[in-house]
Design a protein around this ligand. Sequence first.
Ligand SMILES: [Zn+2]
Ligand SMILES: [Zn+2]
Length: 137
Amino acid sequence: MQHTSSKGLATCAICGAGETQPGTFPMVVGVGRVCMNDGMAKVRCESCGTEVKLITSAKLQGRTLCLSDYMRELEKFRQHIVQAFDEKAEPAPKILERAYSEAPQGYTLLAVRRGRNSTHVWEAEYEKTEIFQMRCS
Ligand SMILES: [Zn+2]
Ligand SMILES: [Zn+2]
């Protein structure tokens, strides 16, 4: 039994047109699902000024951005990274050592702690080095 016939239909976030088949309207980050007409319309990136199609743009904090600027902006928000290590796979001292020596590039290790609800998973928390330094100076 299929129950998705009408429930899965999207409405264009710009002109309000309805989908005739589920899944045909592309998703634009920060905008919503849009019809192909609006999706093909040109928008200007507010960061680099390039004209791109709406479907290859994204909206972040009210600004229209091309995808590469969007990724760059997004990266700035990724200030924290948490990585999990499993004590079943390697002993705790090894995990501590690895958490420190294998920190993602540009990040500083803040803490290593036991994962919540787990007796064998450790979580290493990293912070963007530039933010870490800002906070510590
Ligand atoms: Zn539309
Ligand atoms: Zn751009």
